[in-house]
Design a protein around this ligand. Sequence first.
Ligand SMILES: [Cu+2]
Length: 108
Amino acid sequence: MTVSIKPVLAVAGGLLWGVVAGVMPAAAAEITVKDFAFLPATTEIASGQTVTWTNTDDEPHQVMAGDKSFRSPALDTGEKFSVTFTKPGTYSYYCPIHPRMTGSVIVH
Ligand SMILES: [Cu+2]
């Protein structure tokens, strides 16, 4: 009988977690700029949430939308840049100083 009970508990746990996550959505998402990369490269948020980039490299980096809808100044080590996204869509961005550094924010 335990064999059939375990999957049921797993499903119930998943549902419970979904409810808790739904009631308390994260207010913000953090992206770390490290080793010439955006981590994570893809960030998913809900509309109205804020994304904050923090540069942890010793090199300056910049964050600029592919459609230029947002653009940070050059961020030195430890500096942050935030954007609040209010329209659903996929926003690709890159670092104009090092154009091979790319990432995207998916707003639901
Ligand atoms: Cu860069």
